[in-house]
Design a protein around this ligand. Structure first.
Ligand code: FAD
Length: 466
């Protein structure tokens, strides 16, 4: 009987530089590339219509890439720990390979699948592929996981790297296997007015090549510009439609200051994966126990104003509207809106995390949680809370100096003069009339006073910091 392996694809939806797929194609005569549609993910705590549509697009592209190589994607609905051993028995698979992952959900699921496979005498083979290196390995001098980025980055930099792998040549499915197909659903354009990017490896590789062909050189200087300057590759990294390791290698091969800064930034993704892997309780709780005593305000109207981009602070509103329209937000805006939610509105960072998880195409537990805890000052990073209270007016002046970002996403402010754009409420009645933007009618008055709320936030954090 021909040897057979299953490659269980999850958020590694590519054929290039895919260690599990590459190994299966090299070692086994038949390969079953399998995707399991798990209702706990599509309908659970982190369900997201934009990501579900993005996923469907990625699966269609992957199916085509696999079909070109002689095998299409095999799709099943159900619980992986039941379905995978059953399929392995059906096709006589000796091994199931997959790309390892870090979230508490993913690890519990993978343990259950491993146990079921072991009981059936089938090899379970987790492989690398989601990160630059083995994120479980970096340790401090005292043998602990890292809780600060820079020393983590220095340690990870020293770890050996895989060489990027080519896409497999020919793949053969076992004869007579029914393939199945993902359940149909809306297109990305049906759930987002202006989708940020096109799903799938084909689009991901094109975006990676375009980024590395020039724009990356300006990354160090331009990454904080709200109107551009970053790669926009995060949804593709999230879904594995590009390989982080291949991206890193090609970035280093390009060389230069921009590329070096970009390669360092990629390591933040590994850092937060390392953090969640090491401290799984972070998924629900503040990393710093003292901040678990913070009593967050409950204010449904304020939360809604934030979600809908109606706070009266132009940069906050621009970011939140960019998110709702495109499924993505610039990192600088993410920090500003995160600071505003937790330090101006005093609302629970978990409410922000959940809203982001619902809309972000790149939304995923390790990155979303790590960054939300960073901006709420509750996380692994030791900077004091009073340093991370962002002034939305100053941030706008600094990172959107010509007002292009704010005018793009908050069209009510299109004709507000630049010198008033960060504080439109400071316009006189005449100026408001001339700009066609009456505060309180065409655009909201600020829902809180930043200077005042900053003091409140400091008192709140100080009170539990003893
Ligand atoms: C409150 C908040 C929530 C966030 N939630 C997520 C999330 O759910 N998923 C996510 O991928 N990123 C998240 N980020 C991090 C960051 O904003 C995005 O990774 C970045 O904006 C993606 O755009 P880009 O690909 O153009 O980034 P680039 O600047 O081009 O960076 C390249 C890649 O490096 C990685 N990266 C860059 N910055 C960070 C960072 N701060 N943390 C981790 N990885 C980083 C990403 O994979 C990114 O695609 C969050 C940031 C904040 C402040």
């Amino acid at each position: 009987m021909a040897s057979t392996a299953i490659v269980w694809l999850r958020r590694d939806l590519r054929v290039h530089d895919h260690p599990a797929l590459h190994a299966a194609a090299a070692e086994f005569e038949h390969v079953v590339p399998l995707f399991v549609a798990d209702a706990r993910l599509t309908g659970g705590r982190f369900a997201s219509a934009p990501r579900a549509a993005f996923l469907r697009g990625c699966l269609a592209d992957l199916d085509a890439a696999l079909a070109e190589r002689g095998a299409g994607l095999v799709v099943r609905d159900g619980r992986p720990e039941e379905l995978i051993p059953a399929l392995a028995a059906q096709v006589g698979a000796a091994a199931v390979l997959w790309t390892s992952d870090v979230s508490p959900f993913a690890r519990a699921r993978d343990r259950a699948v491993t146990a079921a496979l072991s009981a059936a005498g089938i090899a379970a083979r987790p492989c690398p592929g989601n990160y630059l290196a083995d994120i479980s390995r970096p340790r401090t001098k005292t043998g602990k996981p890292f809780t600060v980025f820079t020393p983590f980055w220095k340690a990870e930099r020293e770890l050996e790297r895989r060489s990027p792998l080519p896409a497999p040549g020919r793949l053969r499915l076992p004869a007579g296997l029914e393939r199945g197909a993902p359940a149909p659903g809306p297109e990305l354009a049906d759930v987002l007015p202006e989708p940020f990017t096109v799903p799938g490896e084909t689009a991901g590789r094109a975006a990676m090549a375009a980024w590395l062909d020039g724009p990356v050189d300006a990354y160090a200087a331009r990454h904080d510009d709200l109107s551009g300057g970053t790669s926009g590759l995060s949804p593709h990294l999230r879904w594995g439609t590009i390989s982080p390791r291949e991206l890193e290698q090609r970035t280093l091969d390009r060389g230069g200051e921009g590329a070096a800064a970009f390669a360092r930034q990629l390591a933040w993704r590994d850092f937060y994966a390392h953090v969640l892997l090491s401290f799984p309780d972070n998924a629900r709780l503040e990393f710093q126990p003292r901040f678990r005593a913070l009593a967050w305000h409950e204010d449904a109207a304020a939360l809604r104003a934030w979600q809908e981009g109606r706070t009266g602070y132009p940069l906050v509103d621009a970011g939140m509207r960019q998110l709702a329209a495109t499924g993505w937000m610039h990192n600088r805006a993410r920090m500003v809106v995160g600071s505003f939610l937790t330090k101006d509105l005093h609302l629970d960072w978990r409410a922000g995390e959940a809203w982001f998880a619902r809309l972000l195409l790149d939304g995923e537990p390790a990155q979303n949680n790590g960054n939300w805890q960073w901006i709420a000052s509750t996380g692994v990073d030791p900077a004091p809370y009073f340093r991370r209270i962002f002034n939305p007016v100053l941030q706008q002046r600094k990172f959107d100096p010509q007002g292009a970002y704010v005018r793009r996403w908050v069209p009510e402010l299109a004709n507000v003069p630049l010198e008033r754009l960060a504080e439109p409420w400071s316009m006189s009645a005449e100026e408001q009339a001339a700009a066609g933007c009456v505060i309180g009618r065409d655009y909201p008055a600020p829902i809180v006073d930043h200077a005042e709320e900053r003091r409140v936030a400091i008192d709140r954090y100080r009170a539990v910091s003893a």
